[in-house]
Design a protein around this ligand. Structure first.
Ligand SMILES: [Zn+2]
Length: 374
């Protein structure tokens, strides 16, 4: 049985339900990233209050610290984090391409330098899956090979071929007897291929034929043009069944999100809203503002006149500008809350408008008011 059921279509946009062991999640949805087991500057109870029914944590980071035995003793990652809703884990493929970790990539897997004890270790596709099995997340992601942006076509082709081979091994490990812990865990693969349509399509189709609960798209949000991303989403969807749950990894700006939804995307994850908040970049219904700018020093309006979050109800731009400029930690807490309230509200409205067959109108007005800025 498919883990994903489509409820309503409006042009290419659609609403649906993702079924996980910890509940159903209405799509399209956005997952805040809890890299180290927490979303920065906001707690899990606030996330639930904001309407986030699903978050994503990083398996590789959890494996390094605090380590699998601590999380196992806690009763799994859900209990350790005190999160009883749906939870994805990323295999770590994205982290492993970062210079601070990477040592070598071969067909065997990724060899990395442990930043804590400087030891050299191999993460094989099998190991990436077994780590996630042990953590007990609802959705595990295959180890993929993601080249950095701007590499040659040959590099993208090689990485797509390697990603397919690794995905086969991930699936074998996932269904092996070694995985006794979480038989309800879904396994998604990740199509690579950069902005090369033919490579992306071949990779996605090969992964689909191997058989996964969904084929996601990785390798975005690292420098490609937005229009190329949307065109890749559309071309990959052409070769996959309509009910393939379309998870676009690594994007999180309001305009990218709404445009990706209009091209048929169902799910996203990114640290963008939280990272922007820490840099004072605030989403508002009239576009983003930079709260650190001097012009807000004596501006006693809320961040966004159209926002009902507790920050906008209680604090002025002037006060938040002051907290931000004086490095007061509450600035990050308040600004993160507002940005996530904005994203959560955006998705609620997106889902309503699709169900009412009014998505294109909603999107047109949103984009018009938000302006061309990210
Ligand atoms: Zn607000």
């Amino acid at each position: 049985m498919s883990c994903f059921e489509i409820i309503s279509n409006d042009s290419f946009a659609r609403t649906g339900l993702l079924n996980t062991a910890h509940g159903k999640v209405m799509t399209p949805f956005f997952m805040p990233v809890a890299t180290k087991g927490a979303v920065k500057n906001i707690n899990n109870f606030q996330l639930q209050e904001l309407g986030f029914d699903c978050i994503i944590s990083n398996a590789f980071i959890s494996y390094l610290k605090p380590g699998l035995s601590v999380i196992d003793n806690a009763g799994g990652l859900h209990k350790f984090m005190s999160w009883d809703k749906s939870l994805f884990t990323d295999s770590g493929g994205f982290q492993l391409i970062l210079d601070q970790f990477i040592h070598n990539i071969s067909n065997k897997g990724v060899t990395f330098k442990n930043p804590f004890d400087k030891s050299i270790e191999l993460v094989s596709p099998e190991k990436a899956v077994l780590i996630q099995n042990s953590l007990g997340s609802d959705v595990a992601m295959c180890l993929d090979h993601q080249p950095l942006f701007g590499k040659s076509r040959t590099d993208y082709l090689d990485s797509a071929i390697r990603t397919i081979e690794w995905a086969k091994r991930c699936k074998e490990a996932h269904y092996s007897n070694e995985n006794k812990i979480n038989k309800n865990q879904l396994l998604f693969s990740i199509a690579q291929g950069g902005i090369h349509k033919d490579i992306r399509q071949k990779c996605a189709l090969a992964l689909h034929k191997i058989g996964f609960d969904a084929v996601a798209l990785g390798g975005f949000g690292i420098g490609e043009a937005q229009k190329d991303m949307y065109s890749i989403i559309r071309s990959v969807k052409k070769v996959l069944p309509e009910n393939n749950f379309t998870y676009i990894m690594g994007i999180g700006s309001p305009l990218e999100l709404i445009n990706a939804v209009s091209n048929g995307a169902d799910c996203f994850d990114s640290n963008y809203p939280m990272r922007m908040a820490r840099h004072g970049k605030i989403f508002t219904s009239n576009g983003s503002i930079d709260i650190g700018k001097t012009k807000f020093k004596s501006d006693f309006n809320p961040l966004d006149n159209n926002c009902n979050c507790f920050v906008c109800k209680n604090y002025s731009r002037s006060y938040l500008h002051h907290l931000f400029k004086t490095y007061e930690q509450n600035a990050h807490i308040f600004l993160t809350y507002h940005n996530l309230f904005f994203i959560s509200g955006l998705f609620k409205n997106i889902r309503i408008s699709i169900n009412e067959n009014n998505f294109n109108n909603f999107k047109k007005n949103f984009v018009l008011n938000y302006g061309g800025k990210k």
